[in-house]
Design a protein around this ligand. Structure first.
Ligand code: FMN
Length: 193
């Protein structure tokens, strides 16, 4: 089982991070949780939860985003992945320019330098060109960008289904088996032949 850093930053969509943590913990993975100031605002607004409640509920270590001496900040720590979910345009821009001024950006840049899995889940609409440029850079360096935009081909019936669609894509990238969503079989569309 792995050790994953999950950072909830100040973009809308804290619920994606919450569900990711729930699935990681229920499948036996350890999570170190980082929540930025605006991440906490959105967590309260959208999920009626505090960082402390979230970490208690799922039994994960809550790190202080201002603490650059934390375990996740070090390249020598045995960390499997860093997932910024949701990822604000601000955090993405800092990562793209090498600014490690808090534990989230430091952990993400450490993941890049150590060639570990880094996943960003941006939520912005529309994207500014600077967002696109920053995401292109990080993608070229091996980071994975998974937009918080669920698909509809598997006929979602609830908001939970939409959330799980995005979380399943994250788990797939982490190499974690999951059945959160029905997978495309190739037989969904009747052939015209
Ligand atoms: C209520 C609220 C909603 C926000 N929604 C978004 C969003 O969806 N996407 C985004 O990139 N930034 C959003 N922001 C702006 C970020 O929170 C802001 O850029 C902040 O500096 C991000 O800092 P952080 O990355 O350290 O969390 C929102 C801010 C607030 C207060």
């Amino acid at each position: 089982m792995g050790l994953h850093v999950v950072a909830i930053t100040g973009a809308s969509g804290a619920v994606y991070g919450v569900r990711l943590i729930e699935v990681l913990r229920s499948s036996g993975h350890d999570v170190r949780l980082i929540i930025s100031r605006e991440g906490a605002i959105n967590l309260e607004l959208e999920c009626a939860m505090t960082p402390e409640l979230l970490s208690e509920k799922y039994g994960c270590e809550l790190e202080n985003n201002e603490n650059l001496a934390a375990k996740s900040a070090s390249g020598s720590a045995a960390i499997d992945s860093v997932v910024v979910c949701p990822a604000s345009g601000t955090t993405i821009s800092k990562i793209a320019t090498g600014i490690s001024d808090n534990l989230t950006t430091r952990s993400a840049i450490v993941a890049l330098k150590e060639r570990r899995t880094l996943i960003l889940v941006p939520r912005e609409a529309p994207y500014a060109t600077i967002h696109l440029e920053n995401m292109t850079k990080i993608s070229q360096w091996g980071g994975v960008v998974i937009p918080a935009s669920p698909g509809f081909y598997n006929k979602p019936e609830s908001i939970d289904d939409l959330i799980d669609f995005v979380v399943a894509r994250i788990l797939d990238q982490l190499g974690i088996e999951n059945n959160l969503t029905a997978r495309w079989t190739g037989e969904e569309i009747e052939s015209n032949e």
